[in-house]
Design a binder for this molecule. Sequence first.
Ligand code: WTA
Length: 638
Amino acid sequence: MNLQVSSFEDYKKTYDYSVKEPEKFWAEIAENFQWKKKWDTVLNWNFKEPAIKWFEGAKLNITENCLDRHLDTIGDKPAIIWEPNDPEESHRVLTYKQLHDKVCQFAVVLKNNGIQKGDRICIYMPMIPELAIAVLACARIGAIHSVVFGGFSAQSIADRIQDASCNLVITADGGFRGGKDIPLKSVIDDALVQCPSVKKVIVVTRSRTPVSMIKGRDVWWEDEIKKVETMGNPECPAEEMDAEDMLFILYTSGSTGKPKGVVHTCGGYMVYTGYTFSNVFQYQPGEIYFCTADIGWITGHSYIVYGPLSQGATTVLFEGVPTWPNASRFWDIVEKHKVNILYTAPTAIRSLMGFGLDPLKGKDLSSLKKLGSVGEPINEEAWHWFDEHIGNKECPIVDTWWQTETGGIMISPIADVTPTKPGYATLPLPGIQPILVDENGKELEGNDVSGNLCIKFPWPGMLRTTYGDHERCRTTYFATYENLYFTGDGCLRDADGYYRITGRVDDVLNVSGHRIGTAEVENAINMHSSVVESAVVGFPHDIKGQGVYAYVVCPEHHSDEELTRKDIIMTVSRIIGPIAKPDKIQFVSGLPKTRSGKIMRRILRKIAEGDTSNLGDTSTLLDPGVVDEIKIGSEKMK
Ligand code: WTA
């Protein structure tokens, strides 16, 4: 079966078939990939344990699909176009042949440093080609990568390294993001104080910041490559992997506890990301595709690296940020590299909207054919701005809903196929069976309903477990509603059967498209020496979508309130990373609690949203007076 549907009629036909005959459907899709050995069974599953196995018995290596199989046909075509942070620095192009060679070379470096199939490797790098090379080199030899986004703190990295007992870290001396230099190696040094499992650190040169190199532990990427060259660049055949062998771990926040390591496996993830990339964007050979995400997040894994490369696409990798050195940066990149497909986040669109139309003046965006949005609900104003000013009303916008756990896009228009509607992720992709349920898990049938979004049948890209703690995977995703995967999102299905994601229904915030657990932020705030307790909720933020609002009980702040606020922010930065910094901190004398001691977050959320007219029933509160005090305090903060 062709990966791409050809029309809306074809979509409907394909969708029906995929629901009636899911195993046949996915087997036909999987035929489009290169397997060392085909599967014995397409699917084996239950959502109880959960146990989900796709393409059991099959053997493959995802890098053969991303690299080797393209060498004869498009070996000299660009695989990666790298655009640096600073527009004055020249860009780099890696053809499929060059990327293949570099991946093999670095895979040998990993082997030379004692890495074997199944070892876990932490990657903490800036957005440079070496990041993609490192990821693919791990996959080449069957090592499991755990990429940590550059905005996380030493403590967060240490937590992740410990959780997966990583043996090796790959990092850079430093990185550039906009006007900032990020001292990556130094952050790693801090993290490693707590990580005895790490025996080696490979450091690539990027910023030329001075770094400490510890004898016996730290080696330079460039030196290691030279060693491989003196070995005569030995071949690095791709390790034969079982379809259900682990490919990578990616940590993500939930409503409770520390972030969990979402596990994806080789076969299903390869099929799902390749399929969805090709179909949703209707990728045509030769098109230049630019996803503005960071490889530190799932969007970068699936739609900068694996999906596009398995389809022989040219993928643009951008080191910087949309607003530096000025708000024309994205549009300059589009013009310079003649980008055909632009996949970005609502938060970027909103922040660029704020600069008006001047940054667009004289920019040639005529190469653009398709636009995409991901990571958070896109408000109608941003949708229309994207449509009119970037797409010139000629480019379909695919508003793609999915999650770290789903591996790839789940509900989304298919470019030029599905009629779009602003704010709507529209319809499920073939193979995806969404269902809306009420609080009690009862299915909400028909249209014009809203409820909690679940998925009732497995798909190849879904998570298999959470690393080291399968029970947590079960309770988080499969125990809320029997026999369903629960997404944590609220959703509306309108009269036309179109889906609109309304946002998280659990205690997870989505700040600038980044998932942040309120419990995590509270724990970090509570680490501050004078804080007694805290409660964190989200509030509507013009650019970030959601901002972080913290209510903090801190009896000793009176000495210098502003300084204490800054100290608390600094504490959160240290513990989690700058991305989780509270936007607003309100000092309160107590939190609204029920007699059983539960914090009434509903009330705090309403106050943070500025909606204090109807706070609902507060009579069950231990001390109803505290609500008035909080209300008055919050009004003063405006
Ligand atoms: C939200 C990012 C509305 C949603 C790929 C989900 C969206 C969470 C959309 C996952 C969208 C993602 N419309 N909301 N198109 N895409 N979300 O794991 O709340 O970083 O549960 O994966 O982002 O975030 P994650």
